[in-house]
Every structure is written in structure tokens, then in C-alpha cells.
Design a protein around this ligand. Structure first.
Ligand SMILES: [Zn+2]
Length: 75
């Protein structure tokens, strides 16, 4: 399962999470997935949009429609 590195849009700390194609609705790209920043001082959810190679296109601060999974970041 691929691991992705990025930055939390709430606190801008580096985050890391595992994602595969089963975590997104592949009928339309970029596809949203919900990411929870697993951190005591943050813990917030945001929406990450990924392309067909699971690369992050852009992010939104809140929960946008269309996602099918919520992923917790790896500590
Ligand atoms: Zn955060």
C-alpha cells in the first residue's frame, strides 16, 4: 500500500498516510479522501484530492462531498 507524505492544511505539519485505490471512488478524478491528522495538538479532518496515481492534487480544510473513506495519518 503506497505511503504518501504531505502537509496538514490546518497546522501545516508534515503528515504521512497509507492509501490505495480502494480508498477512493475511481469513477472521477481527482477523487476526494478524508484525512485525519493523528496528532494531539491537531486531530483535524481535511479533504485531500488525489489523481489516478494517488498523487495529491489539492486539499480542502473541511469535509467535502464524494469521499468514501476516512484515513488516519501515521504517527
Ligand atoms: Zn494538522
Amino acid at each position: 500500500m503506497p505511503i504518501r507524505f504531505n502537509y496538514c492544511p490546518h497546522c501545516n505539519e508534515k503528515i504521512m498516510f497509507r492509501i490505495d485505490l480502494g480508498d477512493i471512488d475511481t469513477s472521477q478524478y481527482p477523487a476526494p479522501v478524508y484525512i485525519i491528522h493523528e496528532d494531539k495538538s491537531c486531530g483535524k479532518l481535511s479533504t485531500f484530492y488525489v489523481d489516478s496515481l494517488l498523487r495529491i492534487s489539492y486539499k480542502e480544510l473541511d469535509k467535502k462531498p464524494g469521499g468514501i473513506k476516512t484515513i488516519r495519518s501515521i504517527k
